[in-house]
Design a protein around this ligand. Sequence first.
Ligand SMILES: [Zn+2]
Length: 188
Amino acid sequence: MLMAQDDPDLTDVVRWVEALRAAYARSLEDGVACWRRAEAAAAGGAVSATALAQAALLALETMGPADSISLGMSACEALRRHGGAGELDRLRAVRATLPARSGLRDWRAEASRAQAVIEARAAGWCTCAAEAACGAGVYGEQWRIESERVDAEQYCVHMVVRCTVCQSEWQVRQDDGYHYPIFAWSRA
Ligand SMILES: [Zn+2]
């Protein structure tokens, strides 16, 4: 695996996105590792969240039919986590141009989710309601599962989940009767 110092600086977005594509061309693992290093750099303060969001935006804008869905979905995730008002216009514009792919679930929903979450952040709101409206999973540091009850007959789990940012409480029904879990959120 390449060392972090082999990546171009994230503020040089064109070169960074080229390196990202080169990593995906080598292997899916190399591509995913490239995102992981960028997330670690942002978490450690080595690069700004805005730099990572801008790089993710360029990756999405230049996405073509040959690109891995992982590249697009990871770009959406980085935007959702780090994007702000400065990325919104370009994200709205690129949403319509993203290549469709066959799959169980339209990956472009992640771009819509990123847009909804950034809109909430730019408005100064907690992002939990936007995440809930988009059927987010209950994974990650934003959520704390306070209770869960398995309904084996209905292939679902009923949870009470708290947003760790604003402390809002949510009822979440995780439906496992499909090929992938579906999360339905309502205010507790
Ligand atoms: Zn919240």
